[in-house]
Write a new protein. Structure first.
Lengths: 367, 264
């Protein structure tokens, strides 16, 4: 791990949370993000020093709204949630037990051990414990423990535990914003994974944790909640792969030059003193795979976008376009093939003829 | 009458000052016309003083408070808790107060209440007829988060087990429905509160209809019958344990888990 420490420099590593872990799974192909996250580098500061400050982050209003909705659903011993679970998932009437882990205080370590005790009790003598509020889970990321606080509850339904995720985006006419649902599913997958790890650690069957997550959202234009089951198996697979990549980060590191560091060289006041060009050179040593989706989840996104644009990479145009261009990597090649100024290599013949055809259409249409 | 009187008192000094200012201005003019510079200076200084006083009085004049609550905070909370008869989260206390009583509570006012009561009890125990205290969790006998109870209730009522949040919710709904049935002309907000609660009780109300107290009581009783026995056994057991293990302060405000958490 000493190489990661060299990369980060003499500052304490940045902590992960469910959001950052979920973001890992959002773009598994990006080496830059994998390396920086594994080393626990403060990406936000790095991006700012490079002159591309991130604007990602949650709006205050969104956070207030989310908290208010969560509080509403959980009020009076989760009265609204119980009603939903009974109606939509056939929770039996006697299953109403509610435990608030927060009763042991704010300390996360204490809350984690309390969560463990409660879940074990529930798993061992079936029937005890239905709703667990404010649980704290722990996950090992690249050799470091990270505390996770599922927005809600792990809950027992027909002998299986489910993660309940409360989100404040609306489900209108049975449809929700696919981007938001995907983000919620990725985040919940982190909790499911952590919960399964906890069960495995305690010699309990990890399959007791369901891969179906209960997503609670406001319905239509009112504030009444509705619940849907979301299958997170796919997200779990991606997450597991990404996490195993983090632990096998050495293979990526081996290809990097020795002594490479992203250290910002903070002075006593915490102002970065490292020369920008030097840092730029160091960062460019690690390949990024930029996609427009990165803008929503990665602090380095603006820097990577600039880089992708500067070298005319087709990545900057989004995954759909890139896939349609059949693996051509730069915009210049695409235009060259379309204009016929570039000679197509044998493996590019097909896409080249298509591009020329498209250009023909465009010329006719705009003539 | 009272309002008129209070207006008179509030505006009196301002009126007097304005009169004085007008008078001084006239005097300044007179003195100036007479060419008496010493007097001009004197009146000007007095005028400036009067204006300063006028400004200050204007700042001080308080906006009349919107009909101040008749009962102190803890009395209002006690009233709501007595109606409900079970340990209650502060938000529900506020709703009950709004629906049936003065309606001057807000959740933020309740946050420090329990701590104040505990301090008062520690310094002079049993000097008040009742204390607003914590509900204790059945397994750890620690104060349950966000719940308020009354010290005169039996210990078993003040203890919350895993099932208690549901049974207490149902009991609260029944008590509210009973109170509405008792009232001659219950307000809109009382029905709104009951309907909101009834929507989460199976069979208590249809969709968005207004709740009918008798039906809510029947539905809540039906569900309560499912949980009551188990819940009461848990509570009674914990209460027996608490009587043995905890001193008076502990029984009202919870075992010293907080200090354990701090050292952990």
């Amino acid at each position: 791990m000493s190489r990661l420490d060299t990369l980060r420099g003499p500052v304490p590593p940045h902590d992960h949370n469910a959001r950052t872990i979920a973001a890992l799974a959002a773009n598994p192909g990006c080496n830059r993000r994998a390396v920086m996250d594994a080393a626990g580098i403060d990406k936000e500061k790095t991006a700012r020093h490079l002159g591309h400050p991130a604007t990602v982050g949650q709006s205050v209003f969104a956070i207030i709204r989310a908290n208010a909705f969560e509080e509403q659903v959980k009020a009076n011993g989760c009265a609204q949630l119980l009603k939903l679970l009974r109606e939509k998932l056939d929770l039996s009437l006697p299953e109403v037990s509610y435990d608030d882990v927060n009763n042991v205080g704010d300390d996360r370590g204490l809350r984690h051990s309390r969560t463990r005790t409660l879940l074990r009790q529930a798993a061992e003598d079936r029937g005890g414990g239905t709703l667990f509020d404010h649980p704290v889970l722990k996950l090992n990321i690249a050799g470091k423990s990270v505390y996770l606080e599922p927005a809600l509850i792990a809950f027992q339904l027909k002998g299986r535990f489910h993660v309940v995720e409360i989100k404040s985006f609306a489900v209108i006419d049975g449809q929700a914003d696919p981007g938001q649902v995907a983000a919620a599913a990725r985040q919940s997958a982190v909790y499911v994974h952590a919960l399964r790890e906890l069960f495995a650690e305690r010699n309990l069957d990890p399959a007791l944790v369901s891969h179906d997550v209960i997503l609670v959202c406001p319905e239509n234009f009112a504030n009444t909640p509705t619940a849907t089951l979301v299958d997170v198996r796919q997200q779990l697979t991606v997450l597991k792969r990404q996490l195993s990549r983090l632990t096998r980060i050495d293979t990526i590191l081996d290809e990097l030059p020795m002594g490479l560091t992203f250290d910002l060289m903070h002075d006593q006041d915490g102002t970065p003193t490292r020369s920008r060009d030097e840092l730029l050179k160091a960062i460019s040593e690690v390949d990024a795979r930029y996609a427009p989706e990165c803008l929503a989840s990665c602090e380095m996104a603006f820097f990577c976008r600039d880089e992708a644009r500067a070298c005319g990479s087709t990545d900057a145009l989004g995954r759909t376009v890139r896939d349609q261009l059949g693996g051509l990597e730069s915009v210049a090649t695409v235009l060259g093939l379309a204009h016929g100024t570039l000679l197509a290599a044998p493996d590019q013949a097909e896409i080249a003829s298509q591009l020329r055809l498209v250009r023909q259409f465009r010329l006719e249409a705009t003539a | 009458m009272g309002r008129l009187l209070s207006c008179g008192i509030v505006e009196d000094p301002l009126d007097a000052l304005e009169e004085r200012i007008t008078k001084l201005r006239a005097q300044v003019r007179e003195a100036k016309a007479a060419g008496d510079h010493a007097r001009v200076k004197l009146f000007r200084a007095q005028l400036a003083d009067a204006e300063r006083a006028w400004n200050a009085a204007l700042e001080e004049a308080p906006a009349p408070p919107p009909s101040p609550p008749l009962l102190p905070l803890r009395e209002q909370v006690h009233q709501a808790l007595t109606l409900l008869g079970v340990p209650t989260p502060s938000r529900l206390i506020v709703s009950v107060n709004e629906a049936f009583f003065a309606g001057h509570l807000s959740s933020s006012q309740l946050t420090s209440l329990r701590r104040d009561e505990e301090r008062s009890f520690r310094t002079t125990p049993y000097s008040r007829p009742y204390y607003l205290c914590a509900a204790l969790t059945a397994d750890l006998l620690a104060p349950a988060r966000g719940l308020l109870a009354v010290s005169t209730w039996p210990l078993a009522t003040r203890i919350v087990g895993p099932l208690s949040s549901r049974t207490d919710f149902l009991t609260a709904a029944i008590r509210i429905a009973e109170h509405i049935a008792r009232l001659e002309a219950p307000g809109e907000s009382a029905y709104r509160l009951l309907t909101r609660m009834a929507q989460n009780i199976p069979g208590a109300v249809d969709d968005f209809d207004q709740a009918v107290p008798a039906r809510v009581i029947a539905a809540a009783e039906a569900e309560l019958a499912l949980h009551r026995e188990a819940d009461q056994t848990q509570r009674a057991e914990a209460a027996a344990r608490a009587t043995k293990q905890l001193d008076a302060v502990g029984q009202f405000f919870g075992a010293g888990l907080k200090s354990a958490a701090r050292t952990a």
